[in-house]
Design a protein around this ligand. Structure first.
Ligand code: NAD
Length: 484
């Protein structure tokens, strides 16, 4: 049994209360680790360490901060295999995916922001004729909180921490209690990279206890949160009266609009990925598939054929395409939606059933599931399921496709498949989403803004947007005497 610890002031420690939480391996259903059940006392200890480290970290040269971040990036790469194994065990995702995507991206996050901070600049505004010069001083905020979900554990944890640290803040961070392992391992890497004690503090525990304590802490001045929309609303209610800066990256129910004039083969293989990568547990998965009527039947047949060839299996098997869902409660939630779909009149075209994997009989495995729906307003098409479940439906016209795409409360991303440039321009402008991918999916350049509209969130991360979020802009206005 592994016993994970909080990483506070550069050292590992148990929760002050001595309480622990079980940590499950979703591919076997067995408890394999214990994590600290931190509460407000631990968060306050983490805050105090961060506050003590702030004067020196916030005034360290850009080169110093950059060098440490780049070193962390290097060490994540050096430890790629062990981190990927830890991620696959903790989350249930295929090891091949953790190796190809999650861990390289965690390293890329540190490398990107370690470099970006050397290029981050502020503006100057000369008030011509008034002998006045303004410049914008961008200062680190102080101690900030970063809270992340379980679906892309180290990937999203570092996506927040790296810009916060690059901008000169000290951080109190909490990974999901469902997938704490790689965040725990990151502490050691930070120490080895020479990150000074207290600059990053990693605390483990539940949302209502440790997470809430971060959000409610009067001196933690900004919160970057990625997770569910309901949790985001709760966080906003807690943080707003304290006027904290908030970045909320929340749920999605992303449309895939497939037009007959698209590159069919490319569309088909990418759509399989955008539907079921990471067991469909990516906020950016295209869970609503709308297909132009003229190719609908052909698409249905080909899509089912490709999806039925995916192998659901143990995350550690090389040929596994779909691993285990992250937890028993989550598996039950996803299954409940499959039942709802049937009650609502949806047709299960493929999947819908749990899978028994030999040697891992108690793991949380589910077939990739395709549901044909008739009503855009049905619950399986409106609510975020966040599992290997997609809906499909035909449309006749571009206008109808746009209405269907925008007909949900979410607005994170959308994918458009067409070779018509006019349509691309029209729809990209009118789709209500923070990201529109055209003839591609999950194609990320870290310089671009990332975030959602409607109930998918508030604010943007990525590139200089993240560095802006993690700094306060101060206008300095200097009046000068123009006469010598
Ligand atoms: P969640 O909201 O349950 O938990 C996310 C994090 O918040 C966890 O660390 C949790 O412990 C913490 N938390 C829970 N309650 C809290 C509270 N009251 N105060 C402070 N922290 C609290 O989400 P989840 O189930 O871990 O993740 C799945 C959700 O995340 C999905 O809705 C998915 O769409 C969303 N997500 C969004 C993005 C994005 O970029 N928009 C990316 C990945 C996942």
């Amino acid at each position: 049994m592994d016993y994970l610890k909080n990483y506070i002031n550069g050292t590992y420690c148990e929760a002050i209360s001595g309480a622990w939480i079980d940590n499950y391996n979703p591919s076997t259903g067995a408890v394999y680790a214990q994590i600290p059940d931190a509460d407000n006392k631990d968060i306050d200890a983490a805050y105090k360490a961060a506050q003590a480290a702030f004067p020196s970290w916030s005034t360290a040269t850009i080169e110093t901060r950059s060098r440490v971040l780049l070193k962390i990036a290097d060490l994540i790469e050096v430890n790629l295999d062990s981190l990927a194994e830890a991620e696959a065990r903790d989350n249930g995702k295929p090891l091949s995916l953790a190796k190809a995507v999650d861990i390289p991206r965690a390293s890329a996050n540190f490398r990107f922001f370690g470099n970006a901070i050397t290029q981050f600049a502020s503006e100057a505004h000369e008030s011509v004729g008034l002998n006045t010069m303004n410049y914008t001083l961008r200062q680190p905020i102080g101690v900030v909180g970063c809270i992340s979900p379980w679906n892309l554990p180290l990937y999203l944890f570092t996506w927040k921490i790296a810009p916060a640290l690059a901008a000169g803040n000290c951080v109190v961070a909490k990974p999901s209690e469902v997938t704490p392992m790689t965040a725990y391992l990151l502490g050691e890497i930070c120490t080895e990279a020479g990150l000074p004690p207290g600059v990053l503090n990693i605390v483990h525990g539940t949302g209502p206890s440790a997470g809430q304590a971060i959000v409610a802490h009067p001196n933690i001045k900004a919160i970057s949160f990625t997770g569910g929309t309901e949790t985001g609303a709760h966080i906003a209610r807690t943080a707003a009266p304290m006027f904290k800066k908030l970045s909320l990256e929340l749920g999605g129910k992303n449309p895939n609009l497939i037009f007959a004039d698209c590159n069919y083969e490319k569309m088909l293989s990418v759509t399989v990925k955008s539907s079921f990568a990471n067991q469909g547990q990516i906020c950016l998965c295209g869970s609503r598939i709308y297909v132009e009527e003229t190719i609908y039947e052909e698409f249905k047949k080909d899509f089912i054929a490709k999806v039925s060839a995916l192998k659901v299996g143990n995350p550690f098997d090389d040929d596994t395409n779909i691993g285990a869902l992250v937890s028993k409660p989550h598996m039950e939630k996803v299954q409940s939606y499959i039942k709802i779909a049937q009650e609502e009149g949806g047709s299960i075209l493929y999947g819908g059933a749990p899978v028994t994997v030999a040697g891992s009989e108690n793991g949380y495995y589910l077939q990739p599931t395709i549901i044909e729906i008739k009503d855009n307003g049905c619950r399986v098409n409106q609510e975020e399921i966040f599992g290997p479940v997609v809906t499909i439906m035909p449309f006749k016209t571009e206008t109808e496709a746009l209405e269907l795409a925008n007909g949900v409360k979410y607005g994170l991303s959308a994918t458009l498949w067409t070779s018509n440039i006019d349509r691309t321009m029209r729809l990209s402008a009118q789709i209500q989403a923070g990201i529109v991918w055209v003839n591609t999916w999950l194609n990320r350049d870290l310089r671009t803004p990332f975030g959602g509209v409607k109930q998918s969130g508030v604010g943007r991360e990525g590139g200089f947007e993240a560095l802006k979020f993690f700094t306060e802009a101060k206008n300095v206005c200097i009046s000068y005497d123009a006469d010598i």
